[in-house]
Design a protein around this ligand. Structure first.
Ligand SMILES: Nc1ncnc2c1ncn2[C@@H]1O[C@H](COP(=O)(O)OP(=O)(O)O)[C@@H](O)[C@H]1O
Ligand SMILES: [Mg+2]
Length: 397
């Protein structure tokens, strides 16, 4: 199965490209699902479907052509069906006073329900082998970063908080509540969370496997958009996802020779050339500005043709995991491909068996492999776009 995320700034063309890719994949015979993670769902507009078709299906996949389904998560429906207790508990936790500072900080990254719901679906569809390709029409960049951070965050969160306190609740609930001044959930909430957690098991492996999951970053040939694309590139890499293509959309075609657009064309050309250098070896795809907005099968087919030519859009265009562990001379090295960052941006620390990488407002906890966890971090180096952290010597602590 293939999972392809279409991500980028708002309005760059994610939905149109995800829809076009879906249509082409379905026509090639792949059972294809295009799933919208953007709460401002616009897939049905892109496919030019009748209004309300998706509403009556309450967030479930709807078949719209041979081999082609679309799904727009309906969060109210999800909460109704699966989430009541968990939702209530998290809400209580967040509003509770007296939470330790560290904990409160972690709570703030408690994943959005839409995102967790879609991860649950992805995991379930993978197990059921229901689709050959799942294409994710992502929300604008910030939210999709949160989305991909969920599996690791949740795992960490469960390990840290729930495993320990689960045992405690049965016996010492009153004491713990007094000490931590934290409402502990009823056992059934724990059960619910645990079930939820089990359902998410394995999804991180799916997302970090470059043969299964790829991110296609959609961008426009403009300074601000490209800047954001670079940041997104770095954050997706930080979370271990592989970017297999960068798509530059809205490129002025040669036919536009009007003098009014003269400067624009020069600017676009410059950004395209720069992008080819920036993002290499990840392939750069180009897509023209169409004569009109893109809606309906005919336009989507045209888009897919321009973008992929005769290529199979479910193909992996680039596959190199951003994370690599290696061993040399008795020391271990973690190499992370983190383009578009400098040493000053990165804050590293190690706590127990975790490595914590903070870049700007984003933080990732990496559970280190067993053989590396007890070692002392010896240093970190940035060379080109590679961050290398070395571990070795005596045991930590
Ligand atoms: N290459 C293009 N040529 C013409 N219109 C485009 C092109 N790409 C996107 N659009 C139009 O721009 C608008 C935003 O595109 P959309 O795919 O919804 O972006 P996003 O999902 O990233 O917000 C839509 O009206 C779409 O039809
Ligand atoms: Mg969209």
């Amino acid at each position: 199965m293939r999972i392809i995320l279409f991500a980028g700034k708002g309005g760059v063309g994610k939905t149109s490209i995800a829809a076009a890719t879906g249509l082409r994949a379905a026509q090639l015979g792949y059972r294809t699902l295009v799933m919208s993670l953007d709460t401002a769902h616009s897939l049905s507009d892109s496919f030019d479907l009748e209004k309300g078709l998706l509403d009556i299906n309450k967030g479930r996949p709807v078949q719209i052509a041979e081999n082609l389904w679309i799904q727009e998560i309906d969060i109210q429906e999800e909460i109704q069906n699966n989430w009541k207790e968990v939702h209530q508990y998290i809400a209580t936790l967040i509003s509770a006073s007296g939470i330790e500072e560290v904990l409160a900080e972690e709570l703030a990254v408690i994943p959005g329900m839409e995102e967790v719901s879609s991860l649950l679906y992805i995991n379930r569809y993978f197990t059921q082998k229901r689709f050959d390709a799942i294409l994710l029409d992502c929300a604008p960049t910030g939210e999709s970063i949160r989305f991909i951070s969920i599996p690791t965050t949740l795992e960490w969160y469960m390990k840290k908080l729930f495993k320990v306190e689960r045992k405690l609740t049965r016996y010492v609930r009153p004491v713990v509540e007094r000490i931590y001044d934290l409402p502990l959930p009823e056992d059934e909430y724990f059960e619910n969370l645990q079930i939820l957690f089990q359902k998410l098991e394995g999804v991180e492996r799916l997302l970090s496997n470059p043969q299964i999951t790829s991110v296609r970053l959609v961008t426009n040939p403009e300074k601000m958009v490209i800047k954001e694309t670079q940041r997104a590139f770095m954050y997706f890499s930080l979370y271990g996802l592989c970017i297999d293509a960068v798509i530059i959309n809205r490129v002025f075609p040669d036919e536009i020779s009007d003098i009014y657009f003269h400067r624009w064309r020069g600017t676009q050309q410059r950004y395209i050339q720069e992008s080819e250098k920036y993002f290499a070896p990840v392939p750069l795809f180009k897509l023209q500005l169409f004569k009109d907005e893109i809606a309906g099968h005919k336009e989507l087919e045209e888009l897919a043709q321009q973008l992929y030519g005769e290529r199979d859009p479910t193909k992996v265009f680039f596959a190199e995991s951003p994370y690599k562990f290696t061993k040399r001379d008795g020391n271990y090295y973690l190499n992370i491909k983190l383009p578009f960052t400098t040493k000053e941006d990165i804050d590293l620390s190690k706590s127990g068996e975790e490595l914590i990488i903070r870049i700007g407002g984003i933080k990732r906890h990496i559970l280190l492999p067993k053989n590396i966890a007890p070692l002392t971090p010896l240093g970190a180096k940035i060379k080109g776009e590679n961050l290398t952290i070395s571990f070795g010597g005596k045991k930590d602590g």
